[in-house]
Design a protein around this ligand. Structure first.
Ligand SMILES: Nc1ncnc2c1ncn2[C@@H]1O[C@H](COP(=O)(O)OP(=O)(O)OP(=O)(O)O)[C@@H](O)[C@H]1O
Length: 596
C-alpha cells in the first residue's frame, strides 16, 4: 500500500502542503477554476446583498412608511440579488464539479503513468495492484476537495474581508468586532487541525486492523476452527471494534466541541456588535436605519468562514490522501527508458559483464556476475531460493539496471537499446503468467495487436493449446475470467507461450513452473516449451531435474556469482553444493508427486 505518513504533521500549514501541491493538477483548467471561484464569490455577495437589502427595506418601511419610491427600488434590487444568487449558486456547483472531474481524470492518468514507470522496481515489495487501487481510491476522495473546498478556501479569506469593509463604511470602527470574530472563527479549525489529523489517522489505523482481522477470520476460518482459535478470533474482533468505537467517539467529541466553540464565537461577536451599534445609535454616531442592515451583513461575513469549517475538519484526511498520491507520483523511475538507440543485428547473444546489483544499498544480490550465452544456446539457471535468479531474468528485460557492470544483447548494452524494442525481442514467461480479463483472442492481441486469426491458431498449435481452445464453445472468443480464473495453471502457461510465439523473440527467459502439473498438462507444457525453445537462445530458471538435465549448460548461482557452470553431469560429479541442492529439489519433487 502507499505509505501512510508515519507521523501526522504538527501544524495545519504542514497538513495543507501536500494538498496544495496537488493544486498543480488544475493546470490547463485554470480559467475554469477562476470562473468557479468567482461564481462562488458572486453568489455569496448576492446573498449578502439580498440580506442587506431586505433588512434595509424593513427598516425603511418601519421608519418612513411614505417613501414608497425608495422602497420599490430596494425591492427591485432585492429581486435582482435573489435571482443572481440562484444563478451563481447553480453556475458554481456546475463549474466546480466539471473542474473536479477533469482534474481527477488527469490525476488518474498521471498516477497510471507513474505506476507503470516505477513498478515492479521502485515499489519494492508492495504489490502494484494494491498501490494502484489504494492511490486511485485516494484520488476519488480528493474529489470533494477540488469540487468544494479550493474555491471555498479562497472565498473564506476574501469574502469576509469585503463584507467587513462594507460594515466599516456603514458602521465605522465598530466593524473591528466582526473582523475579530471572523478571525477567531477561522482560528478554531486551524488550531485544531493537527489534533483532527491525529485522530483521523488513529481511526484509519484501527479500521485497517479491523478489516485485516475480519479478512483473516474469513480466509483462515478452516485453520482457526481446526486449531481451536475461533474464540480467540472473536475476542480479537470485539476488542478491535471497541477500539474503533473509542477512537471515533474521541473524534466526534472534538468535532462537537469545535462546532460549539464556533457557535459561541458567532453569538459573542453578534452580541458585542449589537451592543456597540446600540451605543453608537444612542450617541448619535450611527443612523438607526442602518442598524438592522449591519446586523444582517454580519451574518454574511460569517457565512464563507463557516463554509470553510468542514474543509478544515477533513483536512487531515485529505492531506493523508494527497500525501499517498504524491508518494506514488514522486517515486523515481526504476529505469530510465531509452528511445531510439542501438539496433544491433538480431542473433540472440547474451553477456553479463561483472554485473553488480542490489535492491537496497548495502545488501548486494549480484556480486560481479559474468556469463555469456551463445545464439541458440539453452541454459538453465540453478540456485537456492533467494540466490538472485529472478533478478537476473528481470535485468534482461530492464525492469532494473545493474548498479555496475553491463548486460549486453548482441553486443549492445541494454541501456543503449530502445527499451520498447528490447522488450519485444526478449520474451519473459514468468512462473505464474498474468492472464488479462477478456478472451483468449484479446490476450493474444495484447502480445501481438496485428496478429491474424491464422497466426493465432498457429501459435496456439505450437503452444499445445489449440485442441483445448477448439473444444471450448467460444473458441478464440471464450472468456477467460478475472485474471484467467477459468484456466488451469498449465493452460495459463501455455497461453503465455502462445503469446511469446506471436512475438517471435530472439531471447526467451522462462521461470519454470515449480508447481506440480498433472501428467497430461505436464507433457503438453513440456512439448510447448520444446517448440518455443527451438532455435532460440533460452535461459530457464530451472526447478526440475528433468529440465536441468536437458539444458546445454547449467549456470549454478551461489552468493551472487556463478559458482560453477557446465554440463549437468559434470557439475553433479565435481560440485558438492550443487549435488546437495539438487538432492533437496529431488526430495521436494518426489514428495510433491506422492502428495498428488
Ligand atoms: N523487489 C525487491 N525488493 C527488495 N528485495 C528483493 C526484491 N526482489 C527480490 N529481493 C531480494 O533479492 C534476493 C534475490 O531474489 P530473487 O527473487 O532474484 O531470488 P530467486 O533466486 O529468484 O529466488 P526464488 O527461487 O525463491 O524465486 C532475495 O534475497 C530477495 O529477498
Amino acid at each position: 500500500m502507499p505509505t501512510e505518513p508515519s507521523a501526522t504533521p504538527a501544524s495545519s500549514a504542514a497538513l495543507l502542503r501536500p494538498v496544495l501541491r496537488l493544486l498543480g493538477a488544475i493546470g490547463e483548467d485554470r480559467a475554469m477554476f477562476w470562473r468557479s471561484t468567482a461564481s462562488m464569490g458572486a453568489y455569496q455577495l448576492f446573498a449578502a446583498a439580498a440580506a442587506g437589502l431586505s433588512a434595509a427595506t424593513a427598516a425603511l418601511v418601519a421608519t418612513d412608511p411614505g417613501a414608497t419610491g425608495t422602497a420599490t427600488l430596494l425591492l427591485i434590487g432585492l429581486a435582482v440579488a435573489v435571482a443572481a444568487n440562484g444563478l451563481f449558486t447553480w453556475a458554481e456547483s456546475w463549474l466546480s464539479h466539471v473542474l473536479a472531474y477533469r482534474v481527477l481524470d488527469r490525476l488518474r492518468l498521471r498516477l497510471h503513468d507513474a505506476i507503470e514507470r516505477i513498478t515492479p522496481g521502485g515499489l519494492k515489495r508492495r504489490r502494484a495492484g494494491e498501490v494502484s487501487g489504494a492511490a486511485m481510491a485516494d484520488i476519488e476522495s480528493l474529489e470533494w476537495f477540488f469540487a468544494h473546498t479550493v474555491g471555498a478556501g479562497l472565498n473564506a479569506a476574501v469574502g469576509p474581508l469585503l463584507v467587513v469593509a462594507a460594515l466599516a463604511v456603514l458602521t465605522g470602527p465598530a466593524a473591528l468586532i466582526p473582523l475579530a470574530g471572523v478571525a477567531c472563527l477561522l482560528a478554531v479549525p486551524w488550531l485544531m487541525g493537527p489534533l483532527q489529523a491525529r485522530q483521523g489517522k488513529r481511526v484509519r489505523d484501527e479500521l485497517g486492523e479491523l478489516k485485516a482481522a475480519s479478512l483473516e477470520g474469513a480466509e483462515g476460518l478452516r485453520e482457526m476452527l481446526s486449531l481451536g482459535l475461533a474464540e480467540r478470533q472473536k475476542r480479537r474482533m470485539l476488542e478491535t471494534t471497541a477500539r474503533v468505537q473509542r477512537r471515533k467517539r474521541a473524534a466526534a467529541l472534538r468535532a462537537g466541541a469545535e462546532s460549539a466553540l464556533a457557535d459561541l464565537i458567532v453569538a459573542a461577536t453578534t452580541l458585542a456588535y449589537v451592543l456597540a451599534l446600540a451605543a453608537a445609535v444612542r450617541a448619535g454616531d450611527l443612523d438607526a436605519a442602518l442598524f438592522p442592515a449591519a446586523i444582517v451583513l454580519l451574518g454574511a461575513a460569517f457565512a464563507p468562514a463557516a463554509g470553510i469549517f468542514p474543509m478544515f475538519q477533513r483536512l487531515g484526511e485529505m492531506s493523508a490522501a494527497a500525501a499517498r498520491v504524491l508518494d506514488v507520483l514522486d517515486a523515481p523511475p526504476a529505469v530510465a527508458e531509452t528511445r531510439g538507440g542501438a539496433d544491433p543485428e538480431r542473433r540472440g547473444a547474451v553477456r553479463f559483464e561483472a554485473v553488480e546489483f542490489a535492491y537496497d544499498p548495502g545488501t548486494p544480490v549480484l556480486k560481479g556476475l559474468d556469463f555469456a550465452l551463445a545464439p541458440g544456446e539453452h541454459a538453465a539457471l540453478v540456485g537456492a531460493s533467494g540466490a538472485g535468479k529472478s533478478t537476473i531474468a528481470h535485468l534482461l528485460v530492464r525492469f532494473w539496471d545493474p548498479v555496475s557492470g553491463r548486460v549486453l544483447l548482441d553486443g549492445a548494452d541494454l541501456r543503449d537499446v530502445d527499451t520498447a524494442a528490447l522488450r519485444a525481442r526478449v520474451a519473459l514467461i514468468p512462473q505464474q503468467p498474468y492472464v488479462f480479463r477478456g478472451t483468449v483472442r484479446s490476450n493474444l492481441e495484447i502480445a501481438a495487436p496485428a496478429a491474424t486469426e491464422a497466426a493465432m491458431w498457429r501459435a496456439l498449435e505450437s503452444a499445445q493449446l489449440a485442441g483445448t481452445v477448439r473444444d471450448w464453445p467460444g473458441g478464440l472468443d471464450e472468456p477467460v475470467g478475472e485474471g484467467g480464473a477459468t484456466l488451469s495453471g498449465g493452460q495459463r502457461q501455455r497461453l503465455a507461450i502462445a503469446q511469446a510465439f506471436l512475438r517471435e523473440p530472439d531471447l526467451l527467459v522462462m521461470d519454470e513452473a515449480a508447481a506440480h502439473l498433472d501428467g497430461l498438462g505436464e507433457q503438453a507444457l513440456a512439448a510447448a516449451v520444446a517448440e518455443i525453445q527451438a532455435g532460440r537462445t533460452t535461459l530457464v530458471i530451472a526447478h526440475r531435474i528433468s529440465t536441468i538435465r536437458h539444458a546445454d549448460r547449467v549456470l549454478f548461482i551461489e552468493d551472487g556469482r556463478i559458482a560453477d557452470e557446465g554440463a549437468h553431469e559434470d557439475l553433479l560429479e565435481r560440485n558438492a553444493d550443487y549435488r546437495s541442492l539438487l538432492a533437496q529439489a529431488d526430495r521436494a519433487e518426489t514428495a510433491e508427486s506422492a502428495a498428488t
